[in-house]
Design a protein around this ligand. Structure first.
Ligand SMILES: [Fe+2]
Ligand SMILES: [Fe+2]
Length: 349
């Protein structure tokens, strides 16, 4: 049976709303029957090592569950090595000689098209459709023989998402997958803080995971709470104050050093899509140690016994591995004594 199929190749690391909008535009404006998403094994023009294929495939499978005319085509992943479009199109042409293929590309890719391997032969194997805003297509003038695919592109790239930007421009189920699989998460927090705090956050996350393992709690949940506990600490004070006024007006008179816990508990929910009240509670209480929920105790402990703090906390840590509640009380008492000493030294907190 003859079919019209649009092909969308890419790293999909991760897939986002821009890819989905392009595929939808092909369905709507090119009148194709299906769009096949083709994850690259290794992109020819990028040297970055991609997230493993099985995880990128899993994300695409989720997209296909929500878009019945989308399919996954895994020829490039199966072929391994650098993924050249010419090899892919030849394979598909051999396998489906009656199909009419449309290769989708953005205006920036179209501009580089002559650098693609065997670009002249490529044009005989598929139509090439350039997705862009109508007025941009007119201005840049698309290569001869290419089909214009006017659409409103979604202003997001996979690299922005990997770096924690524009996280609202991907489906919720993809964001949930990223959180569940702990993809990109350290890159998400890195731009939020200074390098020392980034190292501390990773270290706290590790300790939280060990504590959860020792006491039979959810290691992933503990890891997330630890990793994000200081996500708001380097936020400018004026910005933090806005969050406090909006979400925790009763805390406005507390010392601003305490605010970052409260603000962090909201940031993880609203910015990073971590909708877990136990994690929010753990982060919200980590500065003062005011919650006896196990995840809150684990984050408080891990924050204080972090080996990167530069003092020997191993005895305390082992006490906590042995007994979470009593260990927490010990850490809290030590912290109180330390703060008292600091107060005497400096006359303030
Ligand atoms: Fe903190
Ligand atoms: Fe901390």
């Amino acid at each position: 049976m003859t079919k019209k199929v649009a092909l969308l190749g890419g790293s999909f690391d991760p897939v986002h709303n821009g890819h989905i909008a392009m595929a939808d535009a092909a369905l709507e404006k090119l009148g194709v029957d299906e769009v096949w998403l083709i994850p690259a094994s290794q992109s020819p023009l990028k040297s970055r090592i991609l997230t493993q294929g099985s995880k990128r495939l899993a994300m695409l499978r989720l997209v296909c569950q929500h878009h019945p005319q989308f399919r996954i085509c895994d020829v490039e992943l199966k072929r391994h090595g650098v993924s050249y479009t010419i090899d892919t199109l030849k394979t598909l042409h051999d396998q489906y000689p009656d199909y009419e293929f449309y290769w989708l590309l953005g205006a920036d890719q179209a501009a580089q098209f002559e650098q693609w391997k065997d670009s002249q032969t490529l044009k005989t194997l598929a139509h090439f459709a350039v997705a862009e805003r109508g007025e941009v297509l007119e201005k840049i003038g698309i290569p001869k023989g290419f089909i214009p695919l006017p659409m409103e592109p979604v202003d997001v790239s996979s690299s922005q998402i990997r770096n924690g930007k524009r996280l609202n421009l991907m489906p919720d189920y993809i964001r949930q997958y990223i959180l569940d699989e702990e993809l990109y998460l350290t890159w998400w927090i890195k731009p939020q803080m200074n390098p020392a705090r980034f190292a501390h956050s990773n270290s706290v996350a590790r300790v939280c995971r060990e504590l959860a393992k020792a006491h039979g709690y959810d290691e992933h949940k503990a890891y997330l709470a630890g990793l994000f506990h200081d996500v708001a600490k380097d936020m400018p004070k004026a910005e933090m104050e806005k969050w406090i006024r909006a979400c925790f007006p009763e805390a406005i008179n507390e010392h601003h050093a305490i605010w970052h816990g409260y603000v962090g508990s909201q940031v993880i929910d609203r910015v990073f899509g971590i909708h877990d009240p136990m994690i929010a509670n753990a982060i919200g209480n980590h500065v003062k140690g005011t919650s006896y929920d196990p995840y809150a105790m684990m984050v408080f402990i891990a924050d204080k016994v972090d080996p990167l703090r530069g003092y020997d906390s191993s005895a305390l840590y082992h006490a906590c591995l042995h007994d979470l509640y009593n260990g927490f009380l010990l850490v809290k008492a030590e912290n109180k004594a330390f703060l008292e000493k600091e107060k005497q030294k400096h006359g303030t907190l």
